[in-house]
Design a protein around this ligand. Structure first.
Ligand code: 5GP
Length: 337
């Protein structure tokens, strides 16, 4: 555990609102909303407590609870800071955070992104050991017009902050919305130089999986239902699968850690990265995920270092930033000799 905890890790699949853990939710409620009630603390504990028969739909209900707490500008700002703090405390040296810009009575989608970006920038002083990038998300259960607005904003912000806004994510409940409805907006983002990360094959939907693979992406979120042929195709195109073990098992898309498709990816020597997805909702950390992977599949320290180096390689950081990340890992490993 100590070795993995202190390893300068790389997190490539983390949703902002899903990454607030029970403690951070309590901090947020207390600082921003003055809510110190016992009742709220119990709600937070329940938030990360999973029933045996949990499924993807039930997980999506959990996000609504967090979204209420980040529905003010101050709440969103503090939540972003808490998430960066928690990843920094887990020795994450590089974080790609994704989030769906939202609009309500307190902010517009543009304000939402501005708040998150400004908080990331401010966080550089307070948390100098973690480099954070942003991927605005399209929520596939929202209308296409919202996706178009999100892409337009991402493109605009990527022009002013090219080192910060690096891509677009397609996520949201996979049982809702049709991928092809969003392909035009995603294509525009790609033409404008943004990388695409797509939640793909999260559920068993063969025709959609084919559409997504034909469309292409820079990284694949989950990839649970990819066939061996699909995996071979991903390998040939060097597209990594973002594997989130606790998330998949707790949300019921994978039946056990032992049966996780990471095993198949390792056997096929296909590109893969280990990620948390929603460290708050699923009550985990990247250290825990790597430990889980190591214990489940009998991996050595060297395997865990290789997995971290794969994440460095597939990150959307600049060449120089990736070199720096690799150096940090090397320094750490050498310091143990
Ligand atoms: P947010 O975008 O609000 O910062 O983060 C939470 C949102 O991310 C959820 O409401 C959902 O749209 C998306 N999300 C989080 N985890 C998952 C996941 O495992 N699968 C999919 N498809 N979407 C997710």
């Amino acid at each position: 555990f100590k070795f993995l905890k202190e390893l300068p890790k790389v997190e490539l699949h983390a949703h902002l609102n899903g990454s607030l853990n029970a403690n951070s939710l309590r901090d947020l409620a207390e600082k921003v909303y003055g809510n110190t009630s016992e009742e709220f603390s119990q709600l937070c504990a329940r938030f990360v407590n999973f029933e045996k028969d949990s499924n993807l739909d039930k997980c999506f209900e959990k996000f609504a609870f967090v979204h209420e707490l980040t529905s003010t500008a101050e709440g969103l700002q503090y939540a972003t800071e808490l998430v960066i703090r928690d990843f920094a405390n887990d020795n994450i040296q590089y974080l790609e955070l994704r989030t769906t810009p939202k609009a309500n009575n307190n902010y517009l989608r543009r304000d939402y992104l501005r708040i998150v970006l400004d908080t990331i920038k401010k966080g550089r002083e307070k948390y100098p050991n973690i480099l954070v990038k942003l991927l605005p998300s399209i929520n596939r259960s929202e209308p296409v017009a919202v996706a178009e607005e999100t892409v337009a904003l991402a493109v605009e912000f990527a022009k002013t902050d090219p080192d910060l806004v690096v891509g677009i994510d397609l996520s949201g409940n996979p049982t809702q919305g049709k991928f092809t409805d969003f392909s035009e907006a995603l294509n525009l983002a790609r033409k404008e130089g943004l990388k695409l990360v797509i939640h793909c094959a999260e559920i068993d939907n063969t025709s959609e999986i084919k559409e997504m693979l034909a469309f292409g992406m820079s990284r694949c979120g989950h990839g649970t239902y990819l066939s061996s042929e699909d995996i071979a195709q991903m390998k040939a195109a060097d597209i990594p699968i973002e594997c989130c073990l606790t998330s998949n098992v707790k949300s019921g898309t994978v039946s056990s850690f032992e049966e996780h498709h990471l095993k198949q990816l390792m056997e096929a020597d296909a590109p893969k990265v280990v990620c948390t997805d929603d460290s708050g909702v699923f009550d985990t950390t990247l250290t825990n995920e790597l430990l889980l992977v190591a214990e489940t599949f009998n991996l050595t320290r060297d395997h865990c270092i290789d997995l971290t180096m794969e994440a460095v390689k597939h990150s959307f950081a600049s060449d120089e930033e990736r070199q720096q990340m690799a150096l940090k890992v090397e320094h750490y490993v050498n310091s143990l000799k």
